[in-house]
Ligand binder design. Structure first.
Ligand code: MTE
Ligand code: LUZ
Ligand code: MOS
Length: 725
């Protein structure tokens, strides 16, 4: 956006300590810097200095007495330009007294440092009799969202206590609400507007809000527009990442190797504040079964409070983390009982009509069908045999293959968020201005909403325009998240179309063109605007009671990946990946294929090359693209095939045009690359005298792969790799 008249820039003053008492703040040198207008801290907050993204208000906008992580915001320097503001911000001198801190999940457990809300799902009796019992532990790391556009906010103080906020947020409504609270104003004075995002991936579901509040405070006091766009290092250090997880599991089988019981404790690293972490844990608990029927389950989830940036939503939101833990216990148990991976999975698949551990009946359960379609299409059995042959011939290069399924529950686990609104204005020339509650972040939501509107009003796509998402067009919108935005906003758009169609019915009956209809209706004084609304029906899960529906439906799919691993360097190449998914009746297959590809690559990056590391003092080590490796072009599978389930019904799916949410569900399937790498390592270990099962923490970086080969070189240089949490 072009610079506004009189615009200022805000640069944050950040904590350099993981946990400390603030003794003094000296801003004199910073304020003496030419071009600097002001410094604002916690004493300058006109309203409430405390907020929270979900269940707890446990975050200060500006740290007052104590800091809880490196990068926590203490104050803001406002200046004429970005360079001046950043330079001056570095001149603010802060004295601290250090306090004890924890960085990892293990340290938090040892220090008993948890967010005080433990969630659990219990069904049946986990102490039921089992023929065999297996135990293990799975660890997986965080992930930086790495949207191309970093967090950015521009606040315009319009006078008369009115503020306009342009923010890179997936959550305009909550931005409006929290800014109002922080400024001590009512929500009707604050408008938050979003044109589009250069990617969000969950990282802008809540973590843009503090930035919006701070720029609003600066704009409030200076009475001028204030902007801030984090640079990449700042963004990575302070705006939070995917929650790392650790899962302890104990799994019981009957004498025929059917799953009988799962007893599991999940831990996530929340960082310094609760943010969305408890909701992430709820979703994780609901995905710990993946696609397997387990009659007796006890799943307990605890969120560790640590002294790192506050971790947050990232595409999948705890679902992929739980699915990884599930597929790890499936993989390791298959190895321990000496059964083929595929056979052990297939015999434990849910069947139509069975209920999950959260007591939801599976309807239109086509996972087994789609899985077998993929197995056949990808020529799985023949390729597996060919890999065995290849591996017999090749000592230092091994190939591996995996076939990994998933199901993903669509709905916000927080009931109230499952609502959406839309607004349609038809102008006298027949053109339509469409607004809905969702944000466009590259996922194609606006395109789909225009399609729904065009279908609803029976007019061409090019007569409809969406300008932006704005809290003054659609109020109380939920975040654009949980892959539910097409479903929910689509229904709200359809509702608005239905209202208008009812009013225009008489004109349509006359066989008039659209322009004529609108023209006549206008002169007859017919209301040509409509406000659509939708609430997702049937939901209402009760935690603790384990009753009521948690998800509206499930999106499901499976992936096959084949890799070749260089055992000497630990590097790998993805030879081929195939994905087969059930997306109902897709509104836009091109967009959906793009979503599957993008999510898959992100899941692949998370489970292979992307590793967040911290110094023991709590500072993020992997703070830029130089030492945090997202997938590049050469990482993409050399052959990459996407398809949809064939020949399946969607009787129970009550969404708009029976389409299904797609944004997050395929992400987990990217870990099929990790499981293929693990499979290649299994062959290597057999040869190197380490038959049987083994654990491989995620991500499978070259270092971890190399050390897992089990050859004499690796054995003689064994150093425990530091965990990614
Ligand atoms: N695709 C692109 N290109 N950019 C994004 O930021 N975010 C993902 C997914 N696909 C994202 C994306 C996430 S985290 C979610 S929840 C969904 O899109 C949200 O949009 P939807 O509800 O319209 O699917
Ligand atoms: N956000 C949220 C989400 O607040 N609740 C959810 O259940 C959710 N699920 C996926 C992604 N974001
Ligand atoms: Mo997506 S993690 O629900 O923004």
């Amino acid at each position: 956006m072009p610079t506004l008249h009189n615009e200022l820039y805000g640069a944050m003053v950040l904590s350099s300590r993981a946990h400390a008492k603030i003794v003094s703040i000296d801003t004199s040198a910073a304020l003496a810097h030419p071009g600097v207008k002001a410094y604002y801290g916690h004493k300058d907050v006109p309203g409430n200095n405390v907020w929270g993204a979900a269940m707890f208000d446990d975050e200060e906008i500006f740290a007052s007495e104590e800091v809880h992580c490196v990068g926590q915001i203490i104050g803001v320097i406002v200046a004429d330009s970005q360079v001046i503001a950043q330079e001056a911000a570095r001149k603010v001198k802060i004295e601290y007294i250090d306090l004890p801190h924890v960085v990892t999940i293990d340290e938090a457990i040892a220090a008993d440092s948890f967010i005080p809300l433990t969630k659990s799902i219990v069904k049946g009796d986990v102490d039921a009799k089992c023929a065999k019992v297996f135990e293990g532990q799975t660890r997986l790391g965080g992930q930086e969202q790495f949207y191309l556009e970093t967090q950015v906010v521009l606040v315009n103080n319009k006078g008369e206590s009115e503020f306009e906020i342009y923010a890179s947020t997936q959550n305009a409504n909550e931005t409006q609400a929290v800014v109002a609270s922080v400024l001590g104003l009512s929500a009707n004075k604050i408008a938050c507007k979003v044109k589009r995002l250069g990617g969000g991936f969950g990282g802008k579901e809540s973590r843009t809000i503090p930035l919006a509040c701070i720029m609003s405070i600066a704009s409030y006091h200076t009475k001028r527009p204030v902007r801030c766009m984090l640079d990449r290092n700042e963004d990575m250090a302070i705006s939070g990442q995917r929650n790392p997880f650790m899962g302890k599991w104990k799994v019981g089988l009957d004498e025929n190797n059917k799953l009988v019981a799962l007893d599991t404790e999940l831990y996530l690293n929340a960082g310094w504040s609760s943010d969305l972490s408890v909701a992430v844990m709820e979703r994780a608990l609901g995905h710990i079964d993946n696609v397997y029927y387990i009659p007796n389950v006890r799943a307990v989830g605890r969120c560790c409070r640590t002294n790192i940036h506050s971790n947050t939503a990232f595409r999948g939101f705890g679902g992929p983390q739980a699915n990884v833990i599930a597929e790890t216990y499936m993989t390791e148990i298959a190895e321990r009982i000496g059964m083929s991976q595929e056979q052990f999975r297939e015999m434990n698949f849910y069947k139509e009509g069975q209920t999950t551990h959260f007591n939801q009946e599976l309807k239109d359960w086509h996972l087994p069908k789609g899985y077998f379609q993929l197995k056949e299409k990808s020529n799985f059995d023949a390729r597996k045999a060919a890999i065995e042959e290849f591996n017999k011939q090749s000592k230092w290069r091994k190939r591996g293959i995996s076939l990994i399924p998933t199901k993903y529950g669509i709905s916000f686990t927080a009931l109230h968020l499952n609502q959406a609104g839309a607004m349609i204005h038809i102008y006298h020339d027949g053109s339509v201005l469409l607004s809905h509650g969702g944000v466009e972040m590259g996922q194609g939501l606006h395109t789909k909403m225009i399609q729904v509107c065009a279908e609803g009003l029976q007019i061409p796509l090019d007569m409809i325009h969406i300008v932006e998402t704005s809290t003054d067009k659609v109020a109380n919108a939920s975040p654009t998240a949980a892959s539910a935005s097409s479903d929910m906003n689509g229904m709200a758009v359809k509702d608005a179309c239905d209202q208008i169609n009812e009013r225009l019915e008489a004109y349509r009956a006359k066989g008039l063109s659209w322009k004529e209809i609108v023209h006549h209706a206008y002169f007859d004084r017919v209301n040509l605007s409509a406000n659509g609304f939708y609430k997702v029906p049937d939901l209402g899960y009760k935690w603790g009671e384990n009753k009521g529906q948690l998800f509206f439906y499930f999106t499901m799919g499976a992936a096959v990946s084949e890799v070749e691993v260089d055992l000497l360097t630990g590097s790998h190449t993805v030879i081929r990946s195939d994905v087969n998914m059930d997306l109902g009746r897709s509104i836009n297959p091109s967009i959906d294929i793009g979503q599957i590809e993008g999510a898959f690559i992100q899941g692949m990056g998370w489970s292979t090359t992307e590793e967040s590391l911290y110094f023991p003092n709590g500072r993020l080590f992997t703070q830029g693209p130089g030492n945090y490796k997202i997938p590049g072009f050469q990482c993409i599978p050399q052959e990459f095939n996407i398809s949809f389930f064939e020949d399946v019904t969607h009787e129970s799916v009550k969404t708009v045009y029976k389409s299904k949410g797609v944004g997050e569900p395929p992400l987990f399937l990217g870990t099929s690359v990790y499981f293929a790498i693990r499979n290649a390592l299994w062959y290597a270990r057999q040869e190197n005298g380490h038959p049987g099962s083994f654990s491989l923490s995620l991500p499978a970086t070259p270092e971890r792969i190399r050390m897992a080969v089990g050859d004499s070189i690796a054995e003689s240089s064994k150093l425990e790799a530091k965990q990614g949490e």
